[in-house]
Every structure is written in structure tokens, then in C-alpha cells.
Write a protein that binds this ligand. Structure first.
Ligand code: CA
Length: 279
């Protein structure tokens, strides 16, 4: 009995510490929340809002998590991006300010937290989509369009990286061809041909110099930049947002960190999300 009361007490303390809106617009009573949410201090449970996170926190479905958890700091600087053999990304000097980037692509489980919070719409459910598939909770969310990717990062207190930030992080700090260096891609270094059906972070040998995983391969990653022929690009008048990193089905040429593609903002099974943040 003592254990039960302790659990209830901790639950109450958690609610008070995390949630400033437990009596908010949901109309739920305090007893409703205790019964439905248990020790959860944020998110939604049985249709009841258990609380919201404030400040530099987002809800992982159960508890409030500091937004910088799972991110690495990418020191700002100047780096040569592009490559002489890529027609729409010729070598150019790029200067970026210090930013933070997710270590992994956004998982199916993480995306569901945003859906449960009613801040994201459900991902697609066509062939090869991971959302809603049992056993794929740690796989990258795919079948998300650019707006869904933007909404997710915003909900988490982050943003999509710019195209220049993405390439800068992948090639840090020596303009390497691939995140792991200049060695040609192999099945030990990078996830390709698999439609993002493996858990994120399954290829630690292919980590970037800063420890960022799956920048190449797994799923393509949306950026906030609209495509133009000659980067760095500004404005939103091109063919659509740029995505980077590759999820190649036919060959491995698009795994190079300097390769870029821009398309309509619609998603597909090869497109996923990685968020960034300005510290
Ligand atoms: Ca990727």
C-alpha cells in the first residue's frame, strides 16, 4: 500500500512540475487525469490531456524531454561545399553559424508523439511506409511530406536544417565526400536499398565526424531550402524543397554528401525527417 501511495504522490508531483495546463481546455477533472495518465506528465492518454511541456522541452509521449537531448552541436565555420563533377552544386565556400542537429533521423515512435499531441498529421500508409507497422517503432518515419516534416520539427522546438547546414554537417570539417570520410559506400557503412526499414542508428561505422548517424542512406532528409540551380539558394520559388542524403534503390551515387535533389513538397517512402536547432 505504501508503494501505491508513493507512486500516486510522484505522479502528482510530476504533473505539477511539468504541466501548467492540467486544468486547461480539455475540461478534464484532476481525478480524470490521475486515472488516465498515471505517472505520465505530458501527452495524451485515453483521450485525456495529461499536461503540456513548457520552455525548452517537448513531450516524448510520457515525460517532458529537453529539446537538446539527442542532438549534437555543429560548430560554425566556413567549408567548401559542392563538387566539380556535380552540375547543380559546383564547389563554393559556405559559412554557417553554430547549430545543433539530431543524431538520428526521426523515428516512427517519435513522430507518433506529435500525432498524439495533435500537432502532426498521420504519415502515409502506402507500400513501404513504416508508420503504424508493428515492430518498426525505431525505424525512420517515412512517407511524410515537407509540411509534415516542418510541423514535426516545430512541435519538437526545432526546425528543418537548411540545405547548406545539412551538407556542412555531413562533410565536417574537411569537405569529405561522405559523412564517414572518402571511402566508397559499403553495406557496413550505410543503409541503402532497404527503404528505411532498419532501425535508425544501425550503422555506427558510417557516422559523421561529429557522430551524426545515417546522414547518408536510410531515408532522404527534407531541408528547409527551396531548390535552385546554383546554391546557396534563397527564396521559395524553385521546384520544391531540397532533400539530401540518399536512399538509393538503383545505385549508390546519390549517397555522396554533395548530391542534391529538389522536388515537389510531396513525400514518399524514401523521404524522412531530421531536425536542427539554433542554440
Ligand atoms: Ca538519411
Amino acid at each position: 500500500m505504501r508503494t501505491i501511495w508513493l507512486a500516486v504522490l510522484l505522479g502528482v508531483l510530476g504533473l505539477v512540475a511539468c504541466a501548467d495546463s492540467i486544468y486547461g481546455t480539455s475540461g478534464n477533472t484532476y481525478d480524470d487525469i490521475l486515472v488516465a495518465c498515471g505517472s505520465k506528465t505530458c501527452g495524451v492518454s485515453h483521450g485525456v490531456t495529461c499536461g503540456t511541456c513548457t520552455g525548452q522541452n517537448y513531450c516524448d509521449g510520457t515525460q517532458c524531454v529537453d529539446v537538446t537531448q539527442g542532438m549534437v552541436t555543429v560548430p560554425g565555420g566556413t567549408l567548401t561545399l559542392g563538387a566539380s563533377d556535380i552540375s547543380d552544386n559546383k564547389p563554393h565556400s559556405s559559412t554557417v553559424a553554430t547549430f545543433q542537429m539530431d543524431v538520428t533521423e526521426v523515428t516512427v515512435a517519435a513522430y507518433k508523439w506529435c500525432v498524439d499531441a495533435t500537432k502532426c498529421s498521420t504519415s502515409g500508409d502506402t507500400r513501404n511506409c513504416n508508420g503504424g507497422i508493428s515492430g518498426r517503432e525505431n525505424c525512420p518515419i517515412n512517407c511524410v511530406n515537407w509540411q509534415q516534416a516542418t510541423n514535426f520539427c516545430s512541435w519538437a522546438g526545432k526546425r528543418l536544417p537548411t540545405e547548406e547546414e545539412w551538407e556542412y554537417a555531413a562533410r565536417y570539417d574537411d569537405s569529405r565526400d561522405y559523412p564517414w570520410g572518402n571511402t566508397a559506400p559499403s553495406t557496413k557503412l550505410v543503409d541503402f536499398y532497404t527503404y528505411g526499414s532498419r532501425a535508425v542508428g544501425s550503422f555506427p561505422a558510417g557516422a559523421s565526424k561529429l557522430g551524426i548517424l545515417d546522414l547518408a542512406g536510410s531515408v532522404w532528409e527534407w531541408t528547409s531550402t527551396w531548390y535552385c540551380d546554383t546554391p546557396p539558394c534563397t527564396g521559395t520559388t524553385g521546384s520544391g524543397p531540397v532533400y539530401r542524403g540518399g536512399s538509393c534503390y538503383n545505385d549508390n551515387s546519390c549517397l555522396r554528401a554533395s548530391r542534391r535533389f529538389g522536388d515537389t513538397p510531396e513525400g514518399g517512402s524514401s523521404l524522412g525527417i531530421r531536425c536542427a536547432r539554433t542554440p
